[in-house]
Ligand binder design. Sequence first.
Ligand SMILES: NC(=O)c1ccc[n+]([C@@H]2O[C@H](COP(=O)([O-])OP(=O)(O)OC[C@H]3O[C@@H](n4cnc5c(N)ncnc54)[C@H](O)[C@@H]3O)[C@@H](O)[C@H]2O)c1
Length: 373
Amino acid sequence: MRATIVGAGAIAHAHASALAELAEHDGAPAVETTHVVDLDLDRARAFADQHGIAGVATDVEALLAAGDVDVLHICTPPSAHFATAAAALRAGVHVVLEKPPVLSLAQLDELVALEAASSAQLTVIVQHRFGHGAVQLRSLLADGALGRPLVAVCNTLWFRDAEYFAAPWRGRWDTEGGGPTMGHGIHQFDLLLSILGPWTDVTAVAARQARDTDTEDVSMALVRFESGAMASIVNSVVSPSQVSEIRIDTEAATVALTHLYGYTDEDWTFTPAPGREEAAALWRPDPTALPSGHLAQLLPTYRALAQGAPLPVTSADARRTLELAAAIYRSAFTGRPVAAGEIGADDAFARSMDGTGAPWGPAWAPVSAGVPG
Ligand SMILES: NC(=O)c1ccc[n+]([C@@H]2O[C@H](COP(=O)([O-])OP(=O)(O)OC[C@H]3O[C@@H](n4cnc5c(N)ncnc54)[C@H](O)[C@@H]3O)[C@@H](O)[C@H]2O)c1
């Protein structure tokens, strides 16, 4: 299969390295990264030299039109994701899209429609679903071995300084789509959703605490799930002691993950409930497993592509996570809980994540006395 990477910036290196490593693993198809595309040709050239890629270009649509691409890895800033992914799907080219997939639910719904009409599939990079600990936890919960999930905590407490936000596309609704809810915590709460299943409703707050951004720099949400489980989710980019963590308390055990940008089995702990000590034997670390990361996701993704099978992260999976992000913003900005499915196509929060406007932004105005809406 011929892969092309568009956007030769920071995260593109993780894609190029993982693509080069695929061949070392059983069942992976032969994949060649034939081109790298960037608006900045010098950057594309330097990237191509570093990764041994033969082709460089500035215009991805010309490559698609020439029929030179089987799989397009989109690693541009979020504002370019929609148009590039749409062009690929129209050309029958599979899309591996970096998070956040697009700027709004409306854009994702358009891509889902294009995918349905295309021979190609769309997937989104959410690499933390693919570490062995997460795979094992999902399987134990599905088997009922851990009983019902009851309570969960999902924290993304990161630190991003003013220099980070100096990149022109960061911290803006129209180019990044949101703050740490869309750009940072989305990894952790996507993993939470992959473990706990469908969410039913969310109550959230958000604020701009310390950064000179249009978007929030902190959000906090209380989420309920169809299973009856409840979770708190915190997304921050103003937290000097950085950590990414998920903790799930079930009837049989507490299963907890503490890491920063990726994990192995050593980053998980398993604590059986009193009287359920036998459950400890269920948790079996695998020292040979890949760490969570792009390779761990791309390996099953390319195996599925080679077999014509559904991808391990479908566009429907990605939509559930993006819908939760939209619902967090809607709840935070209107002061009301939001139910899954409530944000319809006509909703301001379907069209853009800031919807009717952030309470700190120029567009915001309360619609009724004391209740922002
Ligand atoms: N999965 C992860 O862990 C992870 C980590 C970091 C970033 N990301 C995501 O990856 C994406 C890129 O982030 P980054 O930090 O690598 O950005 P970056 O700014 O380092 O690189 C983006 C590159 O895209 C190029 N570009 C911009 N518009 C383009 C267009 N229309 N066509 C071709 N090239 C274009 C830029 O010139 C730049 O070289 C974002 O969506 C970000 O959220 C994901």
